[in-house]
Design a protein around this ligand. Structure first.
Ligand code: XMP
Length: 535
């Protein structure tokens, strides 16, 4: 089942032996992207909200370099965010981005002005070099235009740079677009090098970490070894239970734990009767046959489908499934004598969300189904070996651990399963039809070589029957909706532009091959305004 973050830190991240970079978060919407760019360079970094960074915590973290993120505030506002003074005195390179640049200039003796006089810039801009050279700009300004496209998003701007700094790049709205004090290894830019719209931005991060002396030793091979040692140290000879869903996060968690502690681990696979065609058998076979791990296949479909009978409200469905999941998991876990730990596949974005002052949606659109709450309820301690990783790092780790590529590349599947793809009442008949239609649809997508281009695709069964004609007879059968989206993180999504030929062929196949369906719709709603799932 999907795992979510708990708001406390379990791993002592300060024990890692890698070079470490600290990103002080001033609340930018894109701070996570800075971390992404750095991880791509095999640099270990953590994002800490500025409120939590003190002189002491800085020293304890012992960064080899520091980055100040952007942020929405104005340095001229009293009480606006600041890094601790110690940051400037540690003798490590610092890179300030947008608000981070302004805060550096302000703190070090320069001047920032409010964004009047048409100097605010939002969106694409072009930076041209000055006559000064800096290794920080290696690989920049190389093409014939002699300029670089960057992404600006600032109201205020630097009006006077701090002593020791010089200007290395300018844009129409930001005369101090790129500034540096080479003697102190302080760099400060007004734009956002981490976003897509600064196409050559990654080069600046690469130059910065090179100048700071990073070895680029953060690899998933090394991570695997270190994490195995850490798990052994944390768990000792105690027993661990893990809820396995067959999704990438819980699978990698389970396999890593199994490598570390073998038979001390028991995985529980809760089959709620809302899985796809043959899914339960495939998941169980994969883990038992390939990994030989202790696996309890908890077939509780009668219980779940019984409780869901007659329920059509989406939130009620989710709540029933979430609660039953916890009850069932607990029932099986209780049978494992002496279990002291629960393994969860919490990822780094969940951890950031749980501490960031800017993060997290304020309105509950859907209550996500998860195992959060279980450890407290059961008095278990947590093992979360993926807490430091982004999703693509988890996939790489999965490869390292020998998970088949077909498993690693699978589209996301929600915890409540087919329940939220069956609007209205859930019946066994509808689930049966839905499973078959979904299998044909996914088969079509694979046959056309589109599976990896699409972020998520699935069929849903609509709560209505419509009239059709097949052969010479009237039909009155269910309608199926097909959904396919592209997305980066599931937060926003575009519907996938299939060709008419593909849609026609798929519709024909579904109606011919799946008894009980006589009509197929394609859902061309993006998110927002739609959500990806139908409920
Ligand atoms: P929505 O439908 O909210 O979905 O646009 C965004 C992504 O989240 C998945 N999803 C869930 N995943 N538990 C999960 O682990 C849930 O309760 C849940 N609901 C939706 C959905 O499949 C999509 O990938």
């Amino acid at each position: 089942m999907p795992e979510r973050a708990l708001p406390h830190k379990r791993w002592n991240m300060t024990q890692t032996s890698h070079d470490r970079l600290l990103i002080i978060d001033f609340g930018s919407q894109v701070t996570q992207l800075i971390a992404r760019r750095l991880r791509e360079l095999n640099v270990y970094c953590e994002i800490h909200p500025y409120q939590k960074v003190t002189d002491d915590s800085l020293k304890a973290f012992d960064p080899k370099a520091i980055i100040f993120s952007g942020g929405p505030d104005s340095v001229m506002r009293e009480g606006s965010p600041r890094p601790p003074k110690a940051a400037y005195e540690m003798g490590v390179p610092i890179l300030g981005i947008c608000y981070g640049q302004q805060v550096m200039m302000h703190d070090l003796g320069g001047r920032v002005e409010a964004g009047e006089h048409a100097t605010a810039e939002f969106g694409r801009a072009y930076v041209t070099p000055t006559d000064k050279q800096a290794d920080f700009l290696n690989g920049w300004f190389m093409d014939a235009s002699g300029r670089e496209q960057v992404w600006m998003s600032h109201g205020d701007h630097v009006a006077e740079i701090a002593p020791g700094f010089e200007v290395y790049g300018t844009s129409p709205g930001a005369p101090f677009a790129i500034t540096a004090d080479l003697a102190r290894n302080f760099y400060a830019v007004q734009f956002h090098p981490e976003v897509h719209h600064t196409p050559n931005g990654a080069t600046l991060y690469e130059n910065f970490v090179k100048l700071a002396g990073f070895k680029g030793d953060w690899t998933m091979g090394a991570y695997r070894e270190e994490m195995i040692a850490k798990i052994r140290e944390q768990v000792g000879d105690k027993k661990v239970i893990c809820a396995l869903s067959g999704g990438v996060d819980s699978s990698v968690t389970g396999i890593l734990l199994h490598e570390a502690i073998g038979d001390q681990l028991t995985c529980v696979f809760v089959d709620h009767g809302l899985l796809r065609l043959n899914e339960a058998e495939q998941v169980v076979a994969m883990f038992r046959d390939n990994y030989n791990l202790n696996l309890i296949h908890a077939d509780e479909s009668d219980l779940f489908l019984g409780e869901l009978e007659g329920v059509s409200d989406p939130e009620t469905k989710r709540k029933i499934i979430g609660k039953l999941f916890i009850d069932v998991f607990q029932k099986y876990a209780d049978q494992i004598e002496g279990a002291e730990f629960l393994a969860q596949g919490t990822l780094y974005p969940d951890v950031i969300e749980s501490v960031s002052f800017s993060g997290g949606p304020s309105v509950t659109i859907k209550s996500h189904h998860n195992v959060g709450g279980l450890p407290e309820k059961m008095g278990l301690k947590l093992v979360e070996p993926l807490r430091e990783l982004f999703k693509d790092e988890v996939r790489t780790l999965g490869h390292e651990l020998g998970l088949p590529a077909s498993f690693i590349g699978r589209h996301p599947f929600p915890g409540p399963g087919l329940a939220i793809r069956c609007p209205g009442e859930i019946t066994r008949e509808k689930l049966e039809i839905l499973r078959k239609a979904d299998a044909v649809y996914i088969d079509q997508i694979r046959k056309h070589g589109l599976y990896d281009e699409i972020w998520q695709a699935f069929a849903a069964i609509l709560p209505m029957r419509t009239v059709g004609v097949m052969g010479d007879g009237r039909t009155y059968d269910f309608a199926v909706a097909l959904r396919a989206v592209t997305s980066v993180d599931g937060m926003t999504a575009d519907y996938y532009p299939f060709t008419h030929e593909f849609l026609g062929e798929t519709s024909t196949r579904i109606i011919n091959e799946v008894k009980g369906v006589n009509r197929v719709f394609y859902d061309c709603t993006s998110k927002p305004p739609g959500t990806i799932e139908l409920e």
